[in-house]
Design a protein. Structure first.
Length: 275
């Protein structure tokens, strides 16, 4: 099957029902942004001996074809292609991330287990290393609430804000932008969130946006707001110097937010913000 075209939404496809839920989420995202959808199924072939149950080439083709039918049922207008590759699903997604509009994969069930924090899930690995935004899907459908975006004033959070505005416009969704000030930080509400939102609103006049600046612990506040969100958007990191890792807030939401999460990577940090 064809390789992913430049700017496609690329989704990692597995064999479970949760993977089909992810395909539907990715297909809807592709439709909202008028992008093609590319299905990627990767697994390691055994070096010797018989293939494991469900591990033949024919099985892999059946998985991909079934996912393609699910995607077409969800978004008939979206062109769908797919490919089967040998090797690690994480590495396969990372290879296509430099030319993709978005890569999507499941959370490995982490959001369903709030007391357990899996340190080595594929979602964390891809979100920490991909060259484009990463959509982490959930097994349960999100409520029809606002699109949530976290903002801390850093250049990467400004890029996330711009990306969230674009998502909100394509989805026809209301936007909720939240800045959380930690009490011990000594920061104050200096209006930077309102100013940044106002600038983006000039570019996206059809988006209804609300601002909320609150004092508290960022992970707790954003996690609480995400429970009523149809999608959460965060920068991969805040003011930290290492761009190849996830910040504490983005990682916490990836693990525990019930809403699908987009970790914004690989986009211009000024994002038209004017800052």
């Amino acid at each position: 099957m064809a390789a992913p075209s430049h700017g496609a939404v690329v989704v990692g496809v597995g064999r479970s029902e949760a993977d089909l839920t992810l395909v539907r989420t990715a297909a809807a995202e592709a439709a909202a942004h008028d992008r093609p959808l590319h299905l990627l199924h990767a697994f390691n072939w055994p070096a010797t001996g018989p293939a494991p149950a469900g591990g033949t080439r024919v099985d892999a083709e059946n998985v991909l074809e079934h996912a393609g039918r699910v995607a077409t049922e969800c978004a008939p207008q979206v062109p769908v292609t797919g490919v089967i590759v040998e090797g690690s699903p994480v590495e396969a997604l990372l290879r296509v991330a430099d030319t993709a509009f978005l890569v999507a994969l499941g959370d490995g069930g982490g959001s369903a287990h709030p007391d357990r924090v899996p340190a080595d899930t594929p979602a964390v690995d891809v979100a920490a290393r991909a060259g484009c935004p990463v959509l982490v899907g959930r097994t349960e459908p999100a409520p029809p609430g606002p699109l949530l975006v976290g903002f801390d004033g850093s250049s990467s959070s400004r890029a996330a804000l711009a990306y969230a505005f674009d998502c909100a416009q394509h989805r026809g969704a209301r936007l909720l932008a939240v800045r959380v000030i930690e009490p011990e930080s000594g920061d104050r509400d200096d209006g930077r969130l309102d100013e940044a939102v106002t600038r983006q609103a000039l570019r996206y006049p059809r988006v209804a946006a609300d601002c909320e600046t609150v004092h508290g612990e960022p992970r707790s506040v954003l996690l609480d707001r995400s429970r009523a969100a149809q999608l959460a958007v965060v920068a991969a990191w805040g003011d930290g110097p290492v761009g190849s890792t996830l910040g504490a807030v983005s990682q916490s939401l990836l693990y525990h937010s019930p809403a699908p999460l987009i970790v914004v990577r690989g986009v211009a940090t000024d994002a038209g913000d004017g800052s």
